[in-house]
Ligand binder design. Structure first.
Ligand code: E4P
Length: 219
């Protein structure tokens, strides 16, 4: 499973990229607003830190406008993935970019039917939002299972399932069991993945016993 991080904060991206665990980055207009940075500038900076796909979202609502914006965003760096919303106009823009070999991330997916359309439009990634579905009492992970199953039935679909709106480690573990290709993870959730009380307890015990030996591995 590939790990993208869901943030536009440069310091967090640098910190996590240094672990070697980050395969890409996703942003959205809310995350850009939160960063307080210029959109074009911050996407350029992210692309220079992370070599994998960096999603930059269009804000026009009509296909023509999305194409104009996407063309500008695609020029920022070779690893920009154009993010478009799951509407008919978004799908039209998706087809335009995928025909040109430009990666497209179709976002705001809340149904399996929408995911089929994104695959047919040549999306590189489909972003189903699990947390937002859970928030309204629907089963976000069930949607992931449905999309993975459907895509597996059609090997000509090359779209990768990018699990989005992740709120906790189980969203990632369960999506991985289902075979989702990518998880885009908020930095705070990524940091909780490594945590286990028995790991901390084990380290404490080993360190205490090691100190008794009086030895050093490197003098
Ligand atoms: C994905 O690309 C989106 O940016 C993100 O996962 C949305 O998550 P949220 O529901 O926490 O805003």
């Amino acid at each position: 499973m590939k790990f993208f991080i869901d943030t536009a904060e440069i310091s967090e991206i640098r910190e996590l990229a240094a672990t070697g665990l980050v395969d890409g980055v996703t942003t959205n207009p809310t995350l850009i607003a939160k960063s307080g940075r210029d959109f074009i500038e911050v996407i350029g900076e992210i692309c220079s830190i992370v070599k994998g796909p960096v999603s930059a979202e269009v804000t026009a609502l009509d296909a023509e406008g999305m194409i104009k914006e996407g063309e500008k965003l695609a020029k920022i760096a070779d690893n920009v993935a154009i993010k478009v919303p799951l509407t008919l106009d978004g799908l039209k823009a998706c087809r335009h970019f995928s025909d040109k070999g430009i990666l497209v991330n179709v976002t705001l997916c809340f149904s399996a039917a929408q995911a089929i359309l994104a695959a047919k439009a040549g999306a590189a990634f489909i972003s189903p939002f699990v947390g937002r579905l859970d928030d309204i009492g629907q089963d976000g992970l069930q949607l992931i299972e449905d999309i993975v199953t459907i895509y597996e039935n059609y090997p000509q679909f090359t779209t990768e399932v990018l699990v989005a709106s992740i709120r906790n480690p189980m969203h990632i573990v369960d999506s991985a069991k289902m075979g989702a290709h990518v998880a885009t993870i908020p930095p705070s959730v990524l940091k909780t993945l490594v945590k286990h009380p028995l790991t901390d307890k084990g380290i404490d015990a080993f360190m205490a016993d090691w100190a008794k030996t009086g030895q050093k591995i490197v003098a």
